[in-house]
Design a protein around this ligand. Structure first.
Ligand code: HPA
Length: 270
């Protein structure tokens, strides 16, 4: 794996006019931020050695390197989901490459179903912690010490100073944000009412099919993480309604200007 990471990082480094320290993974319906990147260089995943190819509808699959305001960034438009059939090493490979390229802070967005009864559809949730219910941990297998420690601490996976900054930005702009625990699940089925209830009981505020693998690898690699969910549907006892991928994308599109603003201002403060 080390050789692959180095091969990919070297390929990309040759194509990059600068060395961003900020990486962004843009989730479902959150492409707006990508359109605001200037001086951009785009590299389709299909051209990147060792990169898996994104297959899910709504994910175009390219790396974008450029400026967000005054900050150099490397953004992933389209991520690899476990439910697509990739193994965890593939899902998280781009995060390893980001680290090899010098990324220190990883910003992640996603769409999620809300289970906290105080949440509303369209809310933005700052992720304070997560629960990993994927059947496989991306760090399973032989540990490569140069990539990180065997048993990484996860007590501060989502550092408070970044969450506090984001909250202050939201408040300054009158944007409602909530904060909570994200349950990462394999999917691709949305939850049954009983499963939403179960994820609520174990301590979850929202549930989605991504983010946790990438965050585990980012923390293992010593990166600091900030992550936010758009609450696109509710799985609250007595209020569980039918949910579709299209609905998730529509709600995410409506909420994305708020998310974009918070992410952009947070990046300016890093
Ligand atoms: N469950 C899982 N993933 C999701 C959901 C959900 O309710 N909404 C958006 N992504």
């Amino acid at each position: 794996m080390l050789a692959k990471i180095n091969e990919t990082a070297t390929f990309l480094a040759d194509k990059m006019p600068f060395r961003p320290k900020v990486g962004i993974i843009l989730g479902t319906g959150l492409g707006e931020l990508a359109t605001q990147i200037t001086n951009r260089h785009e590299i389709p995943y299909t051209q990147i050695p060792n990169f898996p190819i994104s297959t899910v509808e709504g994910h175009s699959g390219k790396l974008i390197i450029g400026m967000l305001g005054q900050t150099q960034v490397l953004a992933m438009q389209g991520r690899f989901h476990y439910y697509e059939g990739y193994n965890m090493k593939e899902v998280t490979f781009p995060v390893r490459v980001m680290k090899a390229l010098g990324i220190e802070t990883l910003l992640v967005s996603n769409a999620a179903g809300g289970m906290n009864p105080s949440f509303q559809i369209g809310d933005l949730m700052i992720i304070s912690d997560h629960i990993n219910t994927f059947p496989e941990n991306p760090l399973r297998g032989k540990n490569e010490p140069s990539l990180g420690t065997r048993f990484p601490d996860m007590s501060k996976a989502y550092p408070k100073h970044l969450r506090d900054k984001a909250k202050a930005i939201a408040q300054a702009h009158g944007i409602r944000v909530v904060e909570g625990v994200y349950v990462g699940t394999a999917g691709p089925t949305f939850e049954t009412p009983a499963e939403y209830g179960y994820f609520r009981v174990i301590g979850g505020d929202a549930v989605g099919m991504s983010t946790v693998p990438e965050v585990i690898v980012a923390v293992h690699a010593g990166m600091q993480v900030f992550a936010m969910s758009i609450i696109t549907d509710l799985g609250i006892a007595g209020q569980v309604v039918e949910v579709s991928h299209q609905e998730v994308q529509e709600i995410a599109n409506q909420a994305q200007p708020k998310m974009t603003l918070i992410m952009k201002e947070l990046i300016a403060q890093l």
